[in-house]
Design a protein around this ligand. Sequence first.
Ligand SMILES: Cc1ncc(COP(=O)(O)O)c(C=O)c1O
Length: 462
Amino acid sequence: MNARKPWIKPVLTAHKPGGMNKFGPARPQLHQSEFDGAALEPLLAQYGSPLFVVSEKRLRENARQLRRAFSTRWPKVRHGWSYKTHGMGAVCNALHQEGAWAEVVSELEYRKARALGVPGSRIIFNGPWKPDAILEQAMAEGAAINLDHLDELYAAEGIARRLGRKVPVGLRLNFDTGYSEPWSRFGFNLETGAAMDAVRRIGASEWLQLNGLHSHIGTFVLDVRAYAQQARIMAGFMDAAEREIDCRIDYLDIGGGFASRNALQGIYLPPDQVVPGLDQYAEAITEALTEATRARSGQGKPLPVLVLETGRAVVDDAEILLTRVVGGKHLPDGRRAAILDAGVNLLFTAYWYNHDVRPLRANAGLAEETVLFGPLCMNIDQLRASVMLPPLQVGEALCISPVGAYNNTQWMQFIHARPAVVMIMQDGRIETIRAAESLASLSGPECLPAALQTPFPEQPAR
Ligand SMILES: Cc1ncc(COP(=O)(O)O)c(C=O)c1O
C-alpha cells in the first residue's frame, strides 16, 4: 500500500512586477505629459491628432552646443544646415539665426534657401544632380559648390566660361576610413585616383579654381575614430592637391552623420550609453586635424575652415510626434496590438529606429508587450514591433520621440493628409509652422480634363 502523502498548506504568492529577474528590473512606467514646458494634452485638443511639436529652444541650444564643441577646438568652423534633414522654413531660419549656412542638395532646396532669404554666398550646394540653370545661378551667386562627378565638372566649366570669370569650386571625395562602410556613389574616389584626376582637370582649366574639399562618410556613425580618419585623409589630400596644382584649399567639409540620441534597431544598449557626445566627435576630429596640419602651420599656410553639415544630431531631439490610439486588438499569437492615427506615412524613421514611446498620462496598469500599428491599410505600417506599454484606452495619447530628423522631409500623404506641425517658441507661445493638409490643399494641383469632370456621365456635372 502506498503511504499517504502529507498535506501541505498551499501558499499564494503575489506576483510582483518590477522585481529582479534574469533580465534585470522591469522598466519603470514612464509617461510624458509635457515638452519644453508645454502641456501636451491641450496641444492635441487644440491642433488635433496626430501632431508634430518642435522646440525652438532645444533646436537653438543644440546648434550652439555643436558650435561650442568645435569652435573651442578649431579656429575656423562653419555649420551648414542640412535641409534634407529638416527643411521646414521655421526650423531652417531658427538655425540660420544661430549662424548656420544652408546646405542643400537639389534645385528645390537651393530655391527654398533663397526664398527664405539666405544669400547664395551662404549656401553650400551638394548632391549628384545640379541642373544647369540652378548651377549657373549658384555659381553666379557665389555659392560653395561641391562637384560630384566629371560631367558636372565639365558643365561647371562651361558655365564659368559663359560667365566670363574663373569660379571657385570644391570637390566631393569618397574613400575608405576603415571604420564605417564606405559610400562610393557620391563624389570622386580617392583610392582609384579619380579624385586626383579631377584635381588635375581643374588645375588645367582656365575657368575653374579648386578651393575646397568635401566628403560625407555616412550617417549615424557611432565610431568617432571614423571621423578622425576622415579628417586625416582629407588633410593629406589637401596637401597633395596643393602640391599637384596651383590652388589653395580654403575649407574641408566633413559632411554630417553624427548620431543623435535615438535607438537604432539592432543596437542593444540605450542611446545614452552608445551615442558619443558632440564634444567627443569634436575632440577626435580636431585632434586628428591639428596633427595632420602641423607641418602646414609651420609653413605659414592658413588653416582651412572646418565645415560641418550636422543634421540629425541637431534636430532629432527637438521634435516629438503626438498620436492617439484609435483601436486595439489581440493578435493570433497572443500579443496585444494598438492601432494609432500616425503610421510610417509620418514616421519614416520607424524602419530603422526603436523610438521612445510613452503615454501622456501616468498609468498604473501592468505593462504588456505591445505592437504599435499605424492607420495605413498596408501590412508594413508598423511603428514598433514590440514595446512594453500599460493598458491603452481608445483615445489615449502617446508621445513618440525623438522624431526631428528626416520625418518631416520623407513623410507622405498616402491615404491620409499630413497633420500640423507646431513650434514651441522661445517665449513659450505656440505657433503653427505647417498647417495640416486638407483635401483641398492636396487636390489643388490636380486638373480634371473636361471629359472627366464627373464620375458618372449620366449625372450632370457638379
Ligand atoms: C551631403 C550630406 N550632408 C549632410 C547630411 C546630414 O547628415 P546627418 O543628418 O546624418 O547629420 C547628409 C545626409 O545624408 C548628406 O548626404
